[in-house]
Structure formats: C-alpha cells, structure tokens
Design a protein. Sequence first.
Length: 326
Amino acid sequence: MSDDTLLTRLRRKLQGVQSKLAFDDWQDYPEFATKKVRFCRCKRSNQICSRVQGAHRLTDSIMYMRSLSLIHQGLGRVALLGCILGILWGVHFVGWIQLTLHLTGLILLPDSVTSFVGAARVQLLWQLCAYGTALCTFHLAEFFTTAIWNPAAVTADSFLVNHSTGYTAAALTSWTEFLLRFILFPNWNSVTISILGLSIVCIGQTLRSLAMITAAQSFNHLIQLNKKESHVLITHGIYRVLRHPSYVGFFWWSVSTQLLLGNLLHSILFAAVSWSFFNRRIPFEEESLCKLFPDEYPQYVAVSWTGIPLIRTQVVYDNKPSPKQD
C-alpha cells in the first residue's frame, strides 16, 4: 500500500501546522527560535548548572531565574503571539457585543446583513464570536497568570498555542464541524445549549486561572518528578476542595466550548478524549506527588476531591481515612 494515503497526507499537514505554531522555521531569528536549555543542580556545590548550546556555568538561584528570563523567554515570539491573540480577542469580543445587542433587540443590524445570512446564521455567528473570545482569553490568561505569579517559569510557550498535536487536531476538526453546520445545516442548533456552554466556559476558565494563581511558583504545565526548592504542596484556597482544580477547569472548559459552538458530536468526543487523558495523567501525577510529599499528600487526598467524574485515585493508604471520590 502506498505511503501517500489520505491519512498520511493529513498527518503531514497537521505536523506542518504544529511546526508553524512552534516557530520551527524561525531558527535564524534568535528572539523567535526555539532554544533548548537544560538545567541541573551541581551535587558538590548545590548550585544551579545550566548548559546552553555547549556552554557550562554555575550560578546561584537568582541568576538561574535571570537565565530563564534572558535565554528561554523569546521576547520576539512573546510579542508576536500576544499581538495576534490580542487582535483576535478584540475582533471576536466586539463582534460578540454587537451580535448580543442585535439579538436582544437593543441595536439591530442592517436588514441587508440579516437577510443575506439569515437569522439562524446570525445566532451561529454570535456563538462563534463568543467561542473566539473564550479561546483567546484562555491562551492569554495562561501566559499572564504564569508571568505574574510564576515569572521564573514563563516562556513564549506559556501561551500554549503549540500545546500538542492532539490539541491542534481537536481544534481544527471542531471548527470543521461548525463550518459544515453553518453552511449546510444552520437550523441544527440550540440557543439554550449554547448559553449553558458559555456559562460553563466561564466557570472552567475561572477554576483554571484561580488554580494557577493559588499555586503560583508550585504550578507547572509539566508533571514534576523532582522536587524544587520552591515546590510546596498547596492545600489552601481552591485546593482545599479540589486537588486538581486546573485539570477540572480545563476539562469542563474544553467540553463546554463545544457546547457553546453547538457541536454536539465534538462535545461527546472532547469529553471522552479529555477524560481518557486525565484518567491517565492524574494517577501518574498523584503517584509522583506521593513520592515528593510522602507524609502530606496521602492525608491531603483523603480530604479532597478529584473534581472530574469517575476518575479514581491510586494513592495507597496505611491506616488513613478513605479518599473522597467523584
């Protein structure tokens, strides 16, 4: 069978999109290029050791933070992504406000516009603008909450626009479903479901951002296998009730964005895929946290909730209360 199948071509196209989002073609521009920096701790001096393209130097923790800022930040990429996301946010938000005013009868759009697209498509455009605003808000919030409350970890990748190939594929296919409905089946829509989706989007975004703010320097987009000096177990604030509030927020945010668009097929797919992902990630992370906090974490699990339905903890207990499950 030829390698040049439809699936192979689609995979190559998707990898090309992901490569563009990761700025892989910008290596000639230092402030945009992807730079790989490895840090480790010197056992003899207990200092931070950084290796950057063959260079080697020892610095204290303050210089370590500066190295992250100067070498890993990619100010050109930060500026470009921030500008693009800001423009997209503004366009979608203004469109959402105008369409909201029209749909509520406060300020009507010209008859020529509504007659051309139709009332059903006007409603779909409202949903699209609300979705675009929510999507841009998510990516901007990821960067700014990291920049303000965890500045040592902020990079251009903190926007999460190059989150993963799976995330990109999910977004593209969900947009395809919406576009097909917009063109062919504009009446296949429920305003009630869309408003419900928008409400859950706001709740999910709030949980996600609040979790990042509360955890501050202890928050990381990657699971930590080694304990840093600044890494402490967070059990206050939103973490008093939910031990994975950022995951809970993202889970409900991702599913509700599809409800907002009216994509019933992708609402089911997003729920299934997100649940499957967190069903693998949460037990692995909790196992890692038990190793980092062997005394505190099992006790914390016993009095907190996972927050995502039907995900069970794998923490082992020795004469401790049973954990709260969903």
